[in-house]
Design a protein around this ligand. Structure first.
Ligand SMILES: C[N+](C)(C)CCCC[C@H](N)C(=O)O
Ligand SMILES: O=C(O)CCC(=O)C(=O)O
Ligand SMILES: [Fe+2]
Length: 462
């Protein structure tokens, strides 16, 4: 067990009343939870540096074949000695415990549950490599299963099960697919930005023709989009139909209560401030959906008047500042569930949407942030949080808001006909300046899975 004694003494109240058993009174059970909190915070702090880092994975070993290959050995009830593939190099070592196998390979110490090892067997009878689907019925695996024999050579782990079935795992595959391997990786490599960082990066807009007609153009666009959470296509014919063709090049269009492709202007045709000339503070859209829309496309088709610039803020950059300054507040924003709501009764439009979730959503195994839900207009009555937590939540929300509002974090752009903007609505907040005159925007939402699918098919990590 690693010790975390050297770390700063945190404000335990920040977590004190937030536990899996519900809300505890601030000073209750303090001594009981003290050591637990220390442990949790230790884990928390240790994870910090990994949160936004582009992954660094040990590459495949190229060491020469080891001449000595151990033969199958019978497994004693519980063995504590390490078995090595090559005693000199200690390249791979394993140890069998009562309920799991411990494996050290490529600088990674991994622990595998026996049921997991049986469940992920890639043999022909357990896994269909044509469909990439499991054939094994996991429910048929004895939960007390234990391998009868274990053997490791320089590339492969061999397990023989009590019924004689043999499972083989590539050691590289295990490193890539183990929990220990995963928690050292980020799912989505990103470059967090403020206005200066974004400008300095000089991220190019991709030309419409190259976007539509070449894989390179599309890939460049998607790479920019994945890294920065925004990307532009230029020289687009300023019509709704041409914008739709762009959208369909990378994704399925997500139809919502606003339609499939939408046009909008300041006619208050819908019961939302977006349909006025008023300024809109930074926000993400559709926070009131259980799954907020992944991507938003904007294409300004016309503006005869003044103002109306678009504001963009990297929500993950701001969240990272909160994490550095006040990790307890970051934690609170990632744990407290809230509702957002859209209630509309204008003309023939009647809608009532409710979405539930915290402001910051992180993957539990590596603490990587993947979704920010931030819309002060659409935030519903907070009735999911007791009063003392709610006060701390407001303080945390204030810290985040202060970061989001720092002028140096604001990227202002004037959308012009011909230039389409794609925004990662799970990461980058948008807003707009008040305007005068006739202004018409068209666009749509995209289904996130399909954008990521396109990116992966082009070889990008998404
Ligand atoms: C983009 N479009 C004009 C169609 C919809 C605007 C939705 C506005 C809403 N307050 C939200 O933030 O979700
Ligand atoms: O008018 C704009 O530029 C953006 C309005 C807005 O926030 C939206 O439509 O989601
Ligand atoms: Fe919006």
């Amino acid at each position: 067990m690693e010790s975390c004694g050297g770390q700063r003494d945190p404000d335990f109240r920040a977590f004190g009343s937030w536990g899996s058993t519900g809300f505890l009174k601030r000073d209750q059970h303090l001594s009981l939870i003290f050591s637990l909190k220390r442990l949790m915070l230790g884990m928390w702090y240790r994870r910090l540096p990994r949160l936004f880092v582009v992954p660094h994975r040990p590459t495949g070993s190229t060491s020469p074949r080891v001449p000595w290959l151990p033969r199958d050995r019978a497994v004693p009830a519980a063995t504590t000695c390490w078995h090595h593939t090559a005693p000199e190099s200690l390249k791979c070592a394993w140890q069998l415990h009562g309920d799991h196998l411990e494996l050290r390979y490529a600088n990674t110490l991994m622990r595998f549950d026996f049921v997991w090892l049986r469940d992920h067997c890639r043999s022909a009878s357990c896994y269909n490599t044509k469909t990439n689907q499991r054939s094994l019925d996991t429910a048929s695996v004895d939960l007390g299963i234990k391998p009868k024999a274990v053997r490791v050579d320089e590339t492969t782990l061999f397990l023989t099960w009590p019924d004689g079935h043999v499972t083989r795992y590539g050691l590289e595959w295990l490193v890539k697919n183990s929990y220990e391997g995963q928690k050292q990786q980020v799912m989505h490599p990103r470059i967090l930005w403020n206005a200066e960082i974004y400008r300095q990066a000089q991220v190019p807009s991709v030309d419409c023709q190259s976007f539509l007609e070449t894989d390179e153009g599309l890939k460049e666009f998607l790479q920019n989009f994945l890294l920065y959470g925004i990307a532009f296509v230029e020289n687009v014919t300023p019509t709704k139909e041409d914008t739709e063709i762009l959208a369909e090049r990378i994704s399925l269009i997500r139809e919502t209560i606003y339609g499939r492709m939408w046009y909008f202007t300041s006619d208050f045709s819908r019961g939302d401030t977006a349909y006025t000339k008023l300024a809109l503070d930074r926000h993400t859209d559709t926070t009131y959906f259980q799954e907020p829309c992944g991507i938003q496309v904007f294409h300004c088709l016309k503006h005869e008047g003044t103002g109306g610039r678009t504001l963009l803020v990297d929500g993950f950059y701001a969240a990272e500042q909160v994490l550095r300054q006040a990790p307890d507040q970051f934690e609170l924003l990632s744990k407290v569930p809230l509702k957002h709501e859209y209630v509309e009764n204008v003309g023939d439009c009647h809608n009532h949407m409710i979405g539930v979730g915290p402001v910051l959503n992180v993957y539990p195994w590596n603490n990587e942030l993947y979704l920010i839900r931030y819309n002060n207009y659409d935030r519903a009555v907070i009735n999911t949080v007791p009063y003392d937590v709610v006060h701390r939540w407001y303080a945390a929300h204030r810290t985040l808001t202060a970061e989001l509002r720092r002028p140096e974090n604001e990227l202002w752009v004037k959308l012009k006909p011909g230039k389409a903007l794609f925004i990662d609505n799970w990461r980058v907040l948008h807003g707009r300046e008040a305007f005068t005159g006739y202004r018409q925007l068209c666009g749509c939402y995209l289904t996130r899975d399909d954008v990521l699918n396109t990116a992966r098919l082009l070889g990008l990590q998404a």
